[in-house]
Design a protein. Structure first.
Length: 302
């Protein structure tokens, strides 16, 4: 079966330490638990699509190490098409060093490994996947020229193109914006993209309007417990977040995006797909780790 969603992006092994608080610079801090789980924004989003009812293919790279085999296996077990996952010889797989504190905040250091070697040509080899897809999703954990090529190709093919601008370090190249149908920053990413302070619905709306003026089709600013703001040229709508007790927010944004994409390809309206993604993300934050926290369709209320 041809996948309706293609994710072009990163695969990381997450090395997760939980501690009462995050360490200060120069400090050595005793943690409480440690575990290793498959993650990476791209892979997490692909897993979310698959678990939430969508067919999905992954295009990315791992290294020729044990983590690479585990990362690929974690996707295959979900029924994700991994034909587009390459193995880079003599290179490590991507890793993310994650510390989570008692209030469920996290900080993450990423070493890209094979993700950093994903070229536009490598994605182009899987153009048939892009042609067959309805939705194409990118993030910013692979090289910028690869993201740029994929966004442009997706737009040229008339697909619905989602960019999750994470991690964001500054404004996007202006030529990218017209190729993006849905731009999905969180608060800090919206700040990085626009230079505006974003901490509530009004400031999120201002940032989203700036991004629309720059050429993005529609913008969804995810605001954590404050919900999500959807802004299009026709207007804006706020979607409150389901109330839950958060244990670990890692991959909550990825779960939202995967749920949103899975909803779109199931034929949901945009607003319904946003609410569906929010319900999935809300469940994910009640669990620990990246891919293990992502719920299955059957776990969501009808
Ligand atoms: O979005 C969460 C992800 O960010 C983690 O799984 C980690 O790998 C980093 O890429």
């Amino acid at each position: 079966m041809q996948a309706k969603v293609v994710v072009v992006g990163s695969l990381n092994m997450d090395l997760v330490a939980r501690a009462q608080r995050l360490p200060r610079p120069g400090e050595t801090l005793a943690g409480e638990t440690f575990f290793t789980v498959p993650g990476g924004k791209g892979a997490n989003q692909a897993v979310a699509v698959a678990r939430l009812g969508g067919s999905v293919a992954m295009v990315g790279n791992v290294g020729d190490d044990a983590y690479g085999e585990q990362l690929r296996a974690a996707l295959e077990v979900e029924g994700i098409d991994c034909e587009g996952v390459g193995v880079c010889e003599g290179v490590s797989s991507g890793v993310a060093l994650i510390t989570v504190d008692a209030s469920s905040q996290n900080c993450i250091v990423i070493v890209p490994g094979g993700n950093g070697l994903l070229t536009p040509q490598a994605v182009q080899r899987f153009d048939a996947l892009l042609q067959a897809a309805e939705v194409i999703i990118c993030q910013l954990e692979v090289p910028a020229d690869t993201v740029a090529w994929t966004l442009a190709r997706g737009h040229e093919l008339g697909k619905r193109v989602i960019l999750n601008p994470a991690p964001a370090t500054g404004p996007l190249p202006p030529e990218w914006l017209p190729h993006i149908d849905y731009l999905t920053p969180n608060e800090s990413e919206a700040e990085a993209l626009t230079g505006l302070v974003v901490n509530d619905e009004a400031s999120a709306r201002a940032a989203a309007q700036q991004l629309l003026q720059l050429g993005a089709g529609k913008v969804i600013v995810t605001l954590g417990a404050q919900g999500a703001l959807f802004v299009s040229p026709e207007g804006s709508s706020h979607y409150p977040a389901p109330k839950v007790k958060a244990l670990d927010t890692t991959a909550a944004g990825d779960t939202f995006i995967g749920g949103f994409a899975a909803g779109l390809v199931r034929g949901l309206e945009e607003g319904e797909a946003i609410a569906f993604g929010q319900r999935a993300a809300a469940l994910s934050v009640t669990r620990v780790g990246a891919q293990p926290s992502i719920p299955y369709l059957e776990e969501l209320d009808p």
